[in-house]
Every structure is written in C-alpha cells, then in structure tokens.
Design a protein around this ligand. Structure first.
Ligand SMILES: Nc1nc2c(ncn2[C@@H]2O[C@H](COP(=O)(O)OP(=O)(O)O)[C@@H](O)[C@H]2O)c(=O)[nH]1
Ligand SMILES: [Mg+2]
Length: 384
C-alpha cells in the first residue's frame, strides 16, 4: 500500500563512474509500490502485490526504451529493493532522475543506511560492509549487521542497570579479545618484510604477489623504496611491504631507503624478519622489540635435513622453490587474527564501540555504573 507519510530513499551503491553493472538501492514504505507502477517485466506478467526477500525480476525501467535491469527484492523490513542496471554514467543518471520523479528521495550511500535502519549499530555495520573487501571481515560485519553486537549490548546494559558489576565485567571480557581486530575490518593488515640484505625478501614478496613485484638480485642494496602489495590471505586483506635490507652503508640513497623501511615497520601490525639460512644469524634490531615478529629462514632449498630439524623455532621457506610459503601464510593470519571469532560472535566492530567498551570497563572499576548507559546512548535505536 502507498504510504503518503513514509519517505522512500534512493542511492547509488556502486561508485560513480563507468562500470559494467551498477547498483541502485530504493528503500522505504513506497519502494515496491513505485516499482509495481513503473517496472516493465520481461515476461509481461505484472509484479506481484507482495514479494519475498530473494525474489528477482528481469525487465525494463526508465523513460522511453529505458534500460534492461535486474530488480532484486532484498528485504521486507525495512522494505529494500536493489536495481542493477548497466553501469554507464548516463544510464544510472537517467534512472536516478526517473525514480526521483516517482517520489523517491536521492541521498548519498553514506547517509542511506542511517535513514533506512533505525538501529544505528545496523547502519554502521551496513556502511562498513560496503567497504569490506574480503570474505572474513564481511562475515563478521554481517553477523553484527544481523544483531550479534546489539544482543551483547542489550544484555550488558541489563547488568549495568541492575548494578551487577561482576556480570558486566565478565560480559566485557567475552568480547574484548576481538576489539583490536574489530577496529581493522575495513583496513588491510600491514605486514613488513625486513631483514639483512640478500636474505630473499624481494623474492618472497614476488612469491606472495604471484608476479615480479620487486627486483631480485644478488647485488646487496638493490631494494631501496618501500614497495607495497595488497593481497588477500585466508579471506583477510593484507598489505605486504618489501623494504631495503638492513646493513651499514655509506650510500645516502640506500640509507634513505632504510629510513623509509623503518617508518613502514612503525606502522606495521607484523614484521617478517627474513634471514638467509646459509649464513650467520642476524638478530632483529632493538627498535623492533615492541613489534610482533615472525622469524623466517629463507633458502631452505640449500639447507640440510638435519639443519631443518635443528631450526624448528623459525619458519623455513624457499622463495625459489615455493616450499613453506603456505605454512608461512597461515602463521601470518594466526598472528594477526587471534583469537579467531566463531560465527555469530559479538565484535566491537568500530573504533567508537571499542572506545565505549574501554570507558565502560574503566567506570565499572571505579564503581560508577550509573554513568555507563549514557556512553551507549548514541548507539541506541531511534524511536519512530
Ligand atoms: N637458493 C635460493 N636462492 C634464493 C632464494 N630466495 C632468494 N634467493 C636469491 O638470493 C638473492 C637475493 O635475493 P633478493 O630477493 O633480491 O634478496 P633481498 O635483498 O632480501 O631482497 C638472489 O640472487 C635470489 O635469487 C631461495 O629461496 N633459495
Ligand atoms: Mg630486495
């Protein structure tokens, strides 16, 4: 039914610019009503009075000949549809204008979620989901979108309001191991390859890239700039940085490269300290002591079986032969994502939530539970 008081919003969800396909969302009480009026199904049967989430229709939309589009019924509450037209700039503009003329209000995708979802936590998760580039963060965000963190918060506030400090503290302890990871769901993890010259850092970078990203050479000091490479490992986005090898040098260019490497290490979540297993060990320098480090022995194709058994404390790889690389990748993710959240685990998935969590913890310790609900008030559902 047409709802004269309800507002229906429209937004382009795919980035502006040319693409094969674009996505336009139209949400609000009149979305289906509008579509039943203007959508021309290919099979000539009118759209049903009611549809269900997951229903898909093919037809034409827009002025004159319009464009051939796929119409997807995303959800009934809130009422949300997606239109997938061709992605040309003019096609999308024509459809946005056409739908505005039918009464929908155009807004930016960033504002769209807060207009559609009365629960701010759901709106935040929706926006982050649109920015997540890999599988695992998307799964975690989808769980939060579907209410995992909301359920956690509702229970937490019951403990707070009944002055049950112990349960409130335990409830925080269940979730806090995931908070650092939760703040990084749309940023790739940063992993720096560092170590002495000629250890095989650039060779390993190329294995990780699957193509020749870095120049490999037996001339020490070949790598100077920091070279970044973004990839996905086990469903997580990871940015690797190949850096200049560390050694004493009088070459100002090489020293400038080492300085850039040191800066990359400062912002790294993890450092792979890569050494050549055929030469004497070089321990990581002191300025790495506060960093998470994975020790890597490269060139194990040149190592004897016995040496390999003796060197169990570091990960052995051969950038040349590809040996050990899978194990190294698993180790990297194991270090970065720890503990691994189980499906449906509540996660503080935004720095603002982590901050409210930390402040709540502090207030419980000080016995000031009455001040906690105010910290969370901006995340509470808007009343209609
Ligand atoms: N045998 C062997 N040689 C390697 C391996 N990885 C790298 N190298 C060689 O070691 C030299 C230095 O490699 P490079 O990747 O440029 O080292 P970087 O200075 O640490 O970046 C080159 O001659 C590579 O071909 C490996 O796994 N096995
Ligand atoms: Mg190099």
């Amino acid at each position: 039914m047409n709802d004269p008081n309800g507002l229906t919003y429209l937004a382009q969800l795919t980035p502006k610019g040319k693409s094969a396909i674009a996505t336009i969302a139209i949400c609000g009480p009149n979305a289906w009503e509008i579509m039943r009026r203007v959508f021309r199904p290919r099979n000539k049967k009118p759209l049903p009075v009611e549809a269900n989430a997951g229903n898909i229709f093919l037809g034409r939309l827009g002025l004159g000949h319009g464009d051939e589009v796929v119409l997807s019924f995303k959800s009934a509450i809130p009422l949300c549809l997606e239109i997938h037209p061709h992605g040309g700039i003019q096609v999308v503009s024509m459809l946005l204008e056409f739908l505005q003329a039918q009464g929908a209000i155009l807004c930016k995708w960033q504002d769209f979620s807060s207009l559609i979802y009365p629960d701010p936590l759901q709106a935040m998760a929706f926006n982050l989901l649109n920015q997540a580039t890999t599988r695992e963060p998307s799964k975690i965000l989808l769980d939060q979108f579907n209410g995992a963190f909301r359920a956690w918060l509702d229970e937490f506030l019951i403990y707070v309001c009944t002055n049950d400090a112990l349960s409130a503290k335990n409830h925080i302890a269940n979730i806090s191991p995931y908070s650092n990871m939760g703040c990084r769901l749309v940023d790739p993890w940063r992993v720096v390859l560092a170590g002495p010259t000629n250890a095989g850092k650039s060779s390993l970078m190329n294995v990780l890239a699957g193509y020749q990203r870095s120049i490999v050479s037996d001339i020490p000091g070949t790598t100077r700039d920091v070279l970044w490479l973004e990839t996905a490992i086990e469903g997580w986005a990871v940015s690797f940085a190949d850096t200049a090898g560390m050694r004493e040098s009088s070459d100002p260019l090489e020293n400038a490269g080492m300085l850039m490497g040191a800066r990359a290490i400062e912002i790294a979540d993890l450092v792979l300290w890569i050494q050549d297993c055929t030469v004497d060990e070089v321990p990581p320098p002191l300025h790495l002591r506060d960093k998470k480090i994975v020790m890597v022995r490269n060139k194990i194709d040149l190592e004897s079986q016995q040496e390999r058994i003796n060197n169990r404390e570091s990960i052995g790889v051969s950038a040349l032969a590809g040996a050990g690389v899978e194990e190294l990748l698993s180790k990297i993710i194991g270090e970065l994502v720890h503990p691994v959240p189980k499906p449906l685990q509540a996660v503080a998935f935004h720095p603002l939530l982590k901050s409210a969590l930390d402040k709540s913890c502090d207030l419980i310790d000080k016995g000031r539970l009455a001040e906690i609900p105010e910290l969370w008030s901006c995340f509470q559902k808007k009343s209609k």
